[in-house]
Design a protein around this ligand. Structure first.
Ligand code: NDP
Length: 329
């Protein structure tokens, strides 16, 4: 079996030197165990946080140990009747080709028409994050004007489309013109390329003269400052992520206009998708029917081979993905 270990804790943007591909031998499976061959794995921005040695909502990765993350695999040997050979499981055992498990923490995937990897994207954690952030955190209303940052990514592109279906006016920000046209095709009302826009706050004011009611925050920094300037009274900010700060080597300044939270009576709430997981069934039913009715679309960017996983991960911070960034093993 092959696995990718954390070789060193990255300083700034990770490099491939921070990772090491290692061959290990797995134990024979015992009664109750299964052997899983991974088919797909996810790379996600939150993994950068786990590379820092600090206390958080999830323990840090350890140097010299395999990384972890969402993966979809096939059971190839089984001494556990709950997981027959040929069944597909989702796990947190990514970054490795194979693993032995007693089934704890694994989810048997339903047999559906959907591509397996959609359970790492639109039907999985990122899709659920968009849904939970909009409905359970931002309390989305059909009359809202919604601003989504990192809008063409795994979470952002789903958030944009859900908000559109709910009747909202939606504005997205992205890092390339190609991503902008993709979002326009998905029905997003206005898209700002933050890399070629001189004044984000002004650009937002131009496309949303009525103001923003909900900001789905994925980026932080200048994006948050621009959003605050354009929020309407009683607006809601769901803080999902702050990707512009994940590779910072020193503490980042807060927005200079924070007092607008008071003046505009804003509500700002951070959230972690796993706290909402008891609603996964509700989400999956809804998302499943949107997909079946062809009301929602998704993109994926696929790197091929486990050894490409570090590049795929690093690519997240360079905007190399459209939709969900995946590794096909
Ligand atoms: P994405 O698919 O959106 O990939 C990351 C994207 O972020 C890149 O494609 C890039 O797009 C953009 N980006 C990277 N660096 C910067 C930067 N410095 N400034 C602005 N944009 C940048 O990833 P996900 O959809 O998986 O995650 C999106 C956000 O949601 C992240 O902040 C993540 O941490 C958060 N998240 C939070 C969860 C929670 O439970 N709270 C769960 C899942 C995700 P572009 O080319 O447009 O710049």
């Amino acid at each position: 079996s092959t696995e990718i270990q954390l070789k060193s804790r990255p300083a700034g943007i990770p490099t491939t030197d921070d990772f090491e591909t290692v061959t290990i031998s797995l134990n024979e499976i015992s009664e109750g165990d299964i052997l899983v061959k991974n088919l797909w794995m996810s790379v996600d921005p939150y993994m950068r946080g786990r590379m820092i040695d600090r206390e958080s909502y999830i323990p840090p990765f350890q140097v010299g140990k395999a990384l972890e993350g969402g993966a979809i695999g096939e059971v190839i040997e089984s001494k556990n009747p709950a997981f027959p050979v040929g069944s597909h499981v989702s796990s947190m055992m990514g970054w490795r080709s194979h693993f032995v498990s007693n089934g704890e923490g694994l989810t048997l995937l339903p047999r559906t028409e959907l591509p397996l990897q959609s359970f790492l994207g639109i039907m999985g954690m990122p899709g659920m994050t968009a849904w939970a952030g909009l409905f359970r955190v931002a309390e989305l209303k059909p009359t809202d004007t919604v601003f989504v940052s990192a809008a063409s990514g795994a979470v952002g592109s789903v958030a944009c489309q859900i908000a559109k279906m709910h009747g909202c006016k939606v504005i997205g920000s992205v890092g390339s013109d190609e991503k902008a046209s993709l979002l326009k095709e998905l029905g997003v009302d206005a898209v700002i390329n933050y890399k070629t826009t001189e004044n984000l706050s002004q650009a937002l004011a131009e496309v949303a003269p009525e103001g923003i009611d909900v900001y789905f925050e994925n980026v932080g920094g200048e994006h948050l400052e621009a959003a605050l300037n354009n929020m309407n009274q009683n607006g809601r900010i769901a803080v999902c992520g702050l990707i512009s700060q994940y590779n910072a080597t020193e503490p980042q300044p807060g927005p200079s206009n924070l007092s607008l939270i008071i003046i505009k009576r804003l509500k700002m709430q951070g959230f972690i998708v796993f706290d909402h997981w008891d609603h996964y069934g509700e989400f999956a039913k809804q998302m499943g029917s949107w997909i079946a009715e062809d009301k929602i679309k998704w993109e994926e960017t696929v790197y091929k081979g486990l050894e490409q996983a570090p590049d795929a991960f690093i690519g997240l911070f360079e905007g190399k993905n459209k939709g969900k960034m995946l590794v096909k093993l």
